[in-house]
Design a protein around this ligand. Structure first.
Ligand SMILES: [Ca+2]
Length: 134
């Protein structure tokens, strides 16, 4: 089981301060998709937008990395369409990887439904970080 479906209008989650998170946004949709991450002060960390050229093939619309600096580690991800004119419905979860009792990596995956067909096939946002500096 996973979290949601929830509204894509500001999903709250945490990234520990100091971790460098690398992210990617991929869509398979004809409609213009929109994803934006903000910290707790409302500062925009990234925005991604775009659609699949052919309306359905998996298409990366953004990627990058940032070092989490929010004092409380609090972030809000919004996923929608048309620049945020509508909010999608989102299913998401966190996955951490560990070796023995040591966590080595953590990530979040969010996947959205922008319409009525309920296939949760429209936009995927993923964020991953290493727990330890190499
Ligand atoms: Ca859909």
């Amino acid at each position: 089981m996973s979290n949601g479906p929830v509204s894509g209008n500001g999903i709250e989650f945490t990234i520990p301060s100091g971790k460098t998170a690398f992210w990617t946004v991929t869509t398979q949709a004809a409609w213009q998709q929109f994803a934006q991450l903000q910290d707790s002060a409302g500062t925009v960390i990234f925005t991604a937008s775009g659609a699949s050229p052919d309306g359905h093939s998996p298409t990366q619309i953004g990627s990058g990395s940032f070092t989490a600096a929010d004092p409380g580690g609090n972030y809000r991800l919004s996923i929608g369409t048309d620049g945020g004119a509508q909010w999608s419905s989102v299913v998401w979860d966190m996955l951490s990887l560990s070796l023995d009792s040591t966590t080595v990596s953590a990530s979040y995956t969010f996947i959205s439904e922008d319409g009525a067909d309920q296939d949760y096939n429209d936009t995927c946002v993923s964020l991953t970080w290493f727990e330890q500096i190499g």
